[in-house]
Design a protein around this ligand. Structure first.
Ligand SMILES: [Zn+2]
Length: 78
């Protein structure tokens, strides 16, 4: 049995949960990627402005969860 493909974006998405089949609006959590740490470290060394990458979410992935059954649905990667 194949799981339905869920289209995920950088923000909350209305979809049908593949686990509990409920019509839900996904809960999202942002995860900082390794890339963010590397660019922060580089910026830190070069100009002491390493906090800038942490202020934007350009280098973050978005993890989508079902608010109904709390299951992990998928990740949107930039
Ligand atoms: Zn669910």
């Amino acid at each position: 049995m194949q799981q339905p493909r869920v289209l995920l974006g950088p923000n909350n998405t209305t979809t049908v949960c593949p686990i509990c089949s409920a019509s839900i609006r996904t809960a999202v959590k942002y995860t900082t990627t390794t890339r963010t740490h590397i660019s922060a470290a580089l910026c830190c060394m070069i100009c002491f402005m390493g906090c800038i990458p942490y202020c934007s979410d350009s280098a973050r992935n978005t993890d989508h969860y079902c608010p109904n059954c709390d299951s992990y649905i998928g990740t949107y990667e930039k």
